[in-house]
Design a protein. Structure first.
Lengths: 243, 337
């Protein structure tokens, strides 16, 4: 009799545990993320615009919001150009397959660094060596959905809603240090419409929000837009590598 | 029948007469035109030439036209659109050449940062080489030789901490926190020229003024003259970084006061900071948080994340603006944790 009770309790605990895990990483959410990741994996080129807002620590106990807009063109396997316009700055990062150039339109200065020969390694290299995070580079990684699943404790499909005038799927993910919400278009392409990241830092949480629009797919971009020629009078400065 | 033939002949003669005397016909047509209707003949397009005087027109002496410049030579053969490039026009013909950009990257790990005197990594020798630094009108300058001495003082500190805490968390980059009091405000780095007696680090002179004094710090003999420290090298002297701790009796009158705290001021001249002491003026590390309005040549602009600093030696200067004037704040760069 005691054995039977123990067995039933064990079964109940196993069942409860598996139920929790199913709920923690929702299949529908993962399928939508997979679909989005697969579509990006099949593209030869992509272009889009973003509006970014982020909390910046201005002083102790004093966050301010910064707004930046950017225009991004990425062509596989080894080219991109990003133009960023923000408060007191207008910058461009361009990658032609061998070098990444940074140019400040506001200050007429530029930097050049020899880069890896493909996009994914270059995104990693820019982040690790120079602290530069290309907008939405994460979603372009082939392992995007796999990384989300392995790094997040909870992944939930939160239903359908409307964001930026589009019908979207709302997905929420979280772990100990961050909460990520994605609004993915409910159409043929499953594109990110909005991403909101909340960093659960100490002592305060702060947010990074990106809105996407004007998507382009498989356009043939002229190579010249990825090249950089220093404008007259521009000065080359040294790029400090943080490694 | 005969009668009809006569009528036909009359009509023929009438037409012939009209052809021979066109004035008559003109008159008739104008009338018809005046009548407005009635199927008048269409006015002839060949008007009679007006009668002109038969006297010869005096020929005006028009200058012979010089040969007109030929029209700008246009390429007779247009660029073919049948290039191997499958583009709109086979590719444009550029006027400017594409440039080969040289990478310029340094690692933060190669620099001595922080407030310690013994955490230098890498080699900071400056080879002044054959660079022609500064103004060519200076005297006693021999730029024709290679000089390879360590113009940097390895015992110097990059800065000394400020007297008050920073109001915001540092900007972390590469394991180091960059702290400044004032907001970043970029302005181009334009080296300041302190006059003919000032020379930047690494500068070689064949002779120094007889008024130069000798200062010894940690077994190294320096020659000090008007705000510049030299060490002897071969048959001349090389300008080096001022050794912190050295005391001199006189500093140049152009030295400016720099506020370090409400009670302490330093004196700044040619990238050297002096603090007034009993024996004169002692060279001290740059005071983090203080601002200066001029930096010497020899610095380089470095992009640190989103901001551009000017780095001179191991000291980072943040471009700022104070009361509308372009200045530089000495940054504190401390290892994380």
């Amino acid at each position: 009799m005691i054995k039977k009770i123990c067995l039933m309790l064990t079964m109940a605990l196993i069942g409860f545990n598996s139920y929790s895990q199913e709920n923690a990483k929702d299949t529908t959410a993962i399928q939508i993320l997979d679909k989005m990741s697969s579509i990006f994996g099949e593209l030869n080129s992509v272009g889009f615009k973003t509006q970014v807002s982020k909390d910046v620590s201005f002083a102790n106990n004093f966050f301010i919001k910064e707004f930046v807009s950017s225009q991004v063109k990425i062509a596989g396997p080894n080219k991109f150009v990003v133009k960023i316009e923000g408060e007191q700055k207008e910058d461009k990062y361009s990658y032609n397959g061998s070098q990444v150039a940074y140019y400040s339109f506001t200050n007429n200065i530029y930097t050049i660094a020899d880069a890896p020969d493909n996009l994914i390694e270059t995104f990693d290299w820019l982040y690790n060596d120079f602290g530069i995070e290309v907008t939405a580079a994460d979603v372009l990684y082939p392992s995007f959905s796999k990384d989300i699943v392995s790094n997040m404790d909870y992944i939930q499909f939160l239903g359908q809603t409307t964001a930026n005038g589009q019908r979207v799927f709302h997905i929420g993910c979280s772990n100990d240090s961050v909460t990520i919400q994605l609004w993915i278009s409910n159409d043929l392409y499953f594109l990110p419409v909005k991403i909101l990241i909340t960093y659960l830092g100490e002592p305060y949480a702060y947010q990074h929000e990106v809105d996407f629009f004007d998507w382009e797919f498989n356009q043939t971009y002229p190579n010249t837009i990825f090249d950089f020629s220093p404008p007259p009078g521009a000065r080359q400065i040294t790029w400090l590598n943080q490694k | 029948m005969k009668l009809s033939k006569i009528k036909l002949l009359g009509v023929f003669l009438g037409v012939l007469a009209l052809l021979i005397f066109p004035e008559i016909a003109e008159a008739q047509r104008m009338r018809a035109a005046a009548g407005g209707r009635g199927g008048g003949a269409r006015p002839a397009t060949n008007r009679p030439a007006p009668s002109r005087s038969s006297t010869a027109r005096p020929a005006t002496n028009r200058p012979v036209t010089t040969s007109r410049p030929a029209a700008a030579s246009r390429p007779t053969s247009k660029a073919a659109n049948s290039s191997s490039k499958p583009t709109l026009n086979g590719g444009s013909n550029r006027v400017t050449q594409k440039t080969n950009n040289a990478s310029r990257v340094t690692s933060i790990k190669d620099n001595k940062v922080g407030n310690s005197t013994n955490n230098r990594l890498g080699n900071n020798n400056i080879n002044s080489g054959n660079k022609n630094i500064g103004n060519n009108n200076r005297i006693n300058i021999d730029n024709s030789r290679n000089v390879n001495v360590n113009v940097r003082n390895t015992n110097n500190r990059a800065y000394r901490p400020p007297y008050r805490p920073y109001p915001r968390p540092p900007y972390f980059y590469g394991g180091f926190g960059f702290s400044c009091f004032r907001p970043y405000y970029y302005h181009p780095y334009t080296p300041f020229y302190w006059g003919p007696v000032y020379h930047p680090w690494g500068f070689f002179v064949a002779a120094i003024a007889t008024t130069a004094i000798i200062v010894s710090i940690e077994n190294q003999k320096y020659h000090y003259d008007q705000g510049v420290f030299y060490i002897q090298e071969g048959d001349g002297y090389v300008v080096v970084e001022a050794p912190q701790g050295a005391t001199v009796k006189v500093i140049p009158s152009e030295a400016k006061e720099v506020e370090v705290s409400p009670t302490v001021n330093n004196y700044y001249y040619g990238n050297t900071y002096y603090e007034k002491s009993d024996g004169g003026y002692t060279v001290v590390p740059p005071p983090a948080g203080a601002v200066v309005d001029a930096l010497p040549e020899g610095g380089e602009e470095v992009k640190v994340g989103d901001q551009t600093y000017v780095k001179i030696g191991d000291t980072y200067y943040l471009p700022v603006q104070v009361d509308g004037k372009n200045m530089y704040e000495i940054a504190q760069v401390e290892p994380e944790n």
